[in-house]
Ligand binder design. Structure first.
Ligand SMILES: [Zn+2]
Ligand SMILES: [Zn+2]
Length: 214
């Protein structure tokens, strides 16, 4: 199978300090929002779709807001309110007024995730993929499940063993953290580093994936 740009981007994602798949999707989302804020306001194709879908879903609307780009947001929302006002004019025409359609940002994420999964699954038997992946931080639980589902019965043993070890480490680190708060252990209370103190955050993120993961 021919190796394209996406293959190398997937390989590159294994260098991330977090789940490589989360890193890949999050970087794509950041780029997507930056493009919208800087070019979307002049992109009539984007605006047309944005009006059809009545903006983004609740989660991605607040994400847009988080960039605090007042002029871009105002320039986009003026269209949405124009459309809301014209829905009032059509109230008696049995039209589907005030309807919201699928969020473009959600669709973009679905597409990005599918691309990553198909690339990873297609090339999983390449030695280079195995070697680099085994040096990564492993997938979060939701992405591990996504990949497993796509692999079907062709799951390499090294992949399962590696992911098991990663999740087992979280379990042990949580236990160690709780032991460190247990005064009854007296001198056996482990001394933790700052990073080890933050295991609760890591555990939550690994179980849920990036913020907004479906
Ligand atoms: Zn992930
Ligand atoms: Zn969305």
């Amino acid at each position: 199978m021919e190796k394209h740009n996406l293959y190398f981007r997937v390989l590159e994602s294994f260098d991330s300090k977090n789940c490589p798949f989360c890193y890949f999707v999050e970087s794509a989302i950041e780029k997507y929002f930056n493009d919208i804020l800087y070019e979307g306001v002049n992109d009539f194709g984007f605006i047309k779709k944005f009006r059809e879908t009545r903006g983004f879903c609740n989660f991605h609307s607040y994400k847009l807001l988080s960039y605090k780009n007042a002029i871009s947001i105002a320039s986009l929302y003026i269209y949405l309110f124009k459309d809301i006002l014209s829905d009032f004019e059509n109230l008696n025409k049995r039209k589907n007024n005030f309807k919201k359609n699928n969020c473009q940002a959600c669709n973009f994420i679905d597409y990005t995730e599918k691309m990553y999964i198909s690339t990873f699954v297609n090339f999983i038997n390449e030695k280079e993929v195995e070697e680099k992946f085994l040096k990564s931080n492993g997938f979060c639980v939701p992405h591990f499940i996504n990949i497993l589902e796509s692999l079907g019965k062709k799951v390499p043993e090294w992949f399962i063993d590696f992911q098991y070890k990663k999740f087992e480490n979280i379990f042990f680190d949580l236990k160690r953290y709780l032991d460190s708060k247990n005064v009854s252990l007296k001198e056996k209370v482990p001394k933790l580093t700052y990073e080890e103190e933050l295991i609760y955050q890591k555990a939550l993120k690994i179980l849920s994936g990036y913020q907004g993961k479906k």
